[in-house]
Design a protein around this ligand. Sequence first.
Ligand code: AMP
Length: 283
Amino acid sequence: MGVIMKLAKTIESVRTLVKAAKGKGKKVGLVPTMGALHVGHVSLMEAAAKECEFVVVSIFVNPTQFGPGEDFEKYPRPIEKDLEICEKAGVDVVFNPTPEVMYGPESLTWVTVDKLSEPLCGRFRPGHFRGVATVCAKLFNIVLPDVAYFGQKDVQQAIVIKRMAADLNMPLEIVVCPTVREKDGLAVSSRNKYLSEQERKEAAKIYKSLQKCREMAEAGVMDSNEIVAQMRSILQQIKGGRIEYAEIVDAETLENADKITGKTIAAIAVKLGPARLIDNVLI
Ligand code: AMP
């Protein structure tokens, strides 16, 4: 029989629960999320449960990573369903604080990861990665996990967090798990819910474009410009879509890579109807 899952709404309560688990010598894994949980999130919980005896999932729609006019207010918050999903996945504690609990009346301290926060999504969402890095630093300090799990789908986020943890000597390991996809290749995302039936069909072209990139690289094409041109021509066929970026970048620095040599990432962001969709593959 599994242990009954606990819901912690305060910093003190999650700390007490984690302290007790650590006292029993348990390894603690943290899966930070914004809720509206899906199979992508569950894959992170499963990875955590495999390596850790105590799994904490945080569900927090973090206001500081949303810009003005973005979807903070309308972001889905189906907490009852989320708790069921966590319980089924064998999670030990769900940490679900309010913005007031997380930030208090006046927060003056921010974590900024230079350079890595600037390209790709950083160009279109100023301040986004400052919000992400700050909330993750806070979650790491609150939960004190041995390992934290992130998805490859948000690759820039994973790279920013890895760098923050290394630069600030945070005593935890960051694990990045593969992207979970729908049958047609679309990366599973809470924001896919915003799409109409037609838009949902069109969205599959994002992964087609990434596959094209992979195929060309495997066939020996090294010139990024040539590949990006092909990627863009597929993305341009998305009815109602607007390409924010389609780029090939170095997998460590996120700087533009002229040639496919060593580890590179092909990354895409497309606005489609009310949704902003991102995806990437490692080449
Ligand atoms: P979010 O709730 O969207 O902030 O995502 C929480 C975590 O789940 C992040 O580390 C994401 O990268 C990860 N994630 C979201 N979608 C997927 C997916 N389709 N496959 C793998 N991980 C994902």
